[in-house]
Ligand binder design. Sequence first.
Ligand SMILES: Nc1ncnc2c1ncn2[C@@H]1O[C@H](COP(=O)(O)OP(=O)(O)OP(=O)(O)O)[C@@H](O)[C@H]1O
Ligand SMILES: [Mg+2]
Length: 236
Amino acid sequence: MLELRNLAVRYGAVQALEDVSLQARAGSITAILGANGAGKSSMMRAVSGIAPVAAGQVLLDGRDITGLPAPARAKLGIAHAMEGRRLFRQLTVEDNLKLAWSFGARRVAWPTALAEVYGRFPILEAKARTLAGLLSGGQQQMVILSCTTIRSPRCLLLDEPSLGLAPIIVQQIYGFITEYAAQSGIIVVIAEQMAALALKVSQQGLVLRRGRVVLHGTSADLLRGNDGKALAASYL
Ligand SMILES: Nc1ncnc2c1ncn2[C@@H]1O[C@H](COP(=O)(O)OP(=O)(O)OP(=O)(O)O)[C@@H](O)[C@H]1O
Ligand SMILES: [Mg+2]
């Protein structure tokens, strides 16, 4: 389980996150929602160790990891697909995957790990020797997702995986995430601006506004009933 206890993130005078608590169980998907600047990415960065934690704690499977630097958290199995489709654009698809695998737990041998990725996304096998920077946005997102899963993570943080992609590609990406989460039994946390999309695949949702939690409940409750109105209002 991933647990946040009264987490706060500050960048100098900017208070990006304040008093955020959350429990995300293994085998479940948690959606982090909110408008631009709400604090979604800051929350993820605080979990993976690349944003300064000003107050509160982050626990992974009961262990307090708040004081650990990012590489140590990565070794414990926290994999973070950051916003803005970050990959090595000058390296081939396969080299991106190999690099990610080499930084992971290496629980699965390289040829098997690679075959798994290509089994899931055959287009990546066809583009294995293409520079990642030359791929389409959707294909780049497939590489990024695969770079996290190839590390056999315990906790997967996906920051706006749908951003800038065509609806059909978004469907494919989300189909993959849902299937992977169910089959791997790990903790999955997704930050999204497209609330309905993320709530459909997740079990719980948390809405941030100006760094604070304004709504938190099961995804089903947030999607319908009175909370549906509250969801819309929380974005205003
Ligand atoms: N490195 C930084 N230095 C200073 N302020 C920052 C930094 N990163 C983020 N912020 C500020 O912190 C707040 C939260 O930003 P954050 O990126 O976490 O929001 P977000 O919900 O991910 O937004 P978006 O949907 O645009 O990605 C915003 O006010 C933002 O301007
Ligand atoms: Mg963000």
